[in-house]
Design a protein around this ligand. Structure first.
Ligand code: AMP
Length: 200
């Protein structure tokens, strides 16, 4: 299979060519068509398999092809660590090189100043660790009412780090009409329960 066959937006295909990617990895070939069809998915994949692009590419495709209705964030990516948030932000920069896309990275252990500055302008994608996102939400700095796509990255690690109660609270603020993608290397019972509760 090729990236062209996945019907991704030409601006994304151009960026992938520049990255030197010749074909989708296994998780990309399986997840991307289902996501583009609008399904919720559970992706079982570890770091190193190309899972970041498996959700970043369809998220960017949505931004490129579906007109925005307001100025509030459209995509929310929750991830357990700063390192993963950085990797995702870099991916958005690389794969979204030929489109206009504003990203805010809201991660714990980092100064608030830059995060507040990034929230002072319109944002398309939020990449966040759950605790810090809750922090910004409780201060009324974030409107998540128009989130179109929620991505839970490394859900099993978020479970290990005690983030599940925060995640459940955050999901309570998101519209029911959103698409939800859950990625996890392992499927403990608590993650199965979470996917049954929050994915259609
Ligand atoms: P990840 O599993 O998301 O941590 O990605 C692992 C590495 O694979 C990253 O350095 C990506 O840049 C790279 N990568 C992702 N998709 C592809 C692809 N289709 N072809 C070649 N490299 C890729």
């Amino acid at each position: 299979m090729t990236f062209e066959q996945l019907n991704l937006d030409p601006k994304i295909l151009k960026a992938l060519e520049l990255c030197g990617y010749t074909k989708p990895t296994d998780i990309q070939a399986k997840a991307i068509p289902a996501i583009l069809e609008g399904h919720d998915i559970v992706g079982s994949a570890q770091t190193g398999t190309g899972k970041t692009a498996a959700f970043v590419l369809p998220a960017l495709h949505r931004l490129a092809t579906v007109k925005k209705t307001g100025n509030t964030p459209r995509i929310l990516i929750l991830t357990p660590t700063r390192e993963l948030a950085t990797q995702i932000t870099e991916g958005v920069g690389k794969y979204g090189k030929f489109m206009r896309c504003n990203i805010a990275s809201l991660v714990g252990g980092m100064p608030y100043r830059q995060q507040l500055r990034s929230l002072s302008r319109p944002v398309d994608i939020i990449v966040a660790t759950p605790g810090r996102l809750m922090d910004h939400m409780s201060n009324g700095r974030l409107d998540l009412a128009d989130i179109e796509m929620l991505i839970l990255d490394e859900a099993d690690r978020m479970l290990d780090m005690g983030f599940i109660p925060d995640i459940e609270k955050i999901i309570g603020y998101l519209p029911m009409s959103r698409q939800t993608l859950l990625f996890s290397a392992t499927m403990p019972d608590e993650i199965k329960r979470l996917s049954e509760k929050f994915l259609s």
